[in-house]
Design a protein. Sequence first.
Length: 306
Amino acid sequence: MLLSRRTLLYGLGATGVAGSALAMPRLFRTRDPRAVTSVVPVTATKDGAGVALRRAIGSQTLRMLDPFLLLDEFKSEVADDYIKGFPNHPHRGFETVTIMLKGAMEHRDSVGNRGLLGPGSVQWMTAGRGIVHSEMPKQEDGAMWGFQLWVNLPARLKMSPPRYQDEAPGSVPEVDVADARVRVLAGSIARTEGPVRGVETAPTLLDVTVPAGGTFYADEIPGGHTTIAYVAEGELTFGDRTVSAGNLAVLGPGRSVSATGAGRMLLVAAAPIGEPVSRRGPFVMNTDEEIRQAYEDYRSGKLVEG
Ligand code: MN
């Protein structure tokens, strides 16, 4: 096959970023790169007891992107924006993922799990048939920055027992991928596997930092997986589209992801489920009747019983 301009990416090696006269242009031959199919700006909102959020998935702009039901960024140095936290509330029928970059949150739930989520940690909670939990800031002031992602479960697992994976930063491996520095939270890249395992939708969850003039390139994400890149800092260019911080890039079909910096993104991919979705508040099921049942079970105390 002839190489066309679309299949070549020129990036400067990381050594060139500091201005070294010896910077060597690096050439990446990309394999069927995923193009940006849409750029979704965040919607400012509040949730929990009044936590200020930037919602990229789960708003009117983008209700869901199978299997992703919600993606929120919380980022503030003002305590009023986060201090009230997320007191006790239930979930049923899906999985919640919390990714912390700055600050600390304390998690407690009806199963008896308790965890302190510090900077660099990731928590993957499978609500299954039901869990009640709280997520409260463990700081009075200072910067708080993180994400919450909701991932759907197929019908056959919606009523499964709850499961909790809490990974400290020390168990999250870092690896260089082309010029980028990548923290591997889930999935596998450059022969490096993230600590979150055994999840139905086989997710890839990467915290990717691309230096100025540098390139990220990966071809490990399965072609059929829904793939999104939330740009958290700077701006990243995918093919001919440049996406700035506070925007979600939805990536189309393809066999690789490539981006040039400078910027930082949360790159997430997972297998779509392809089932009907009925959702209301903290419950995500297949039918309206199952949602009604979830509310009834929560009111009668059956949501968290065996
Ligand atoms: Mn929750």
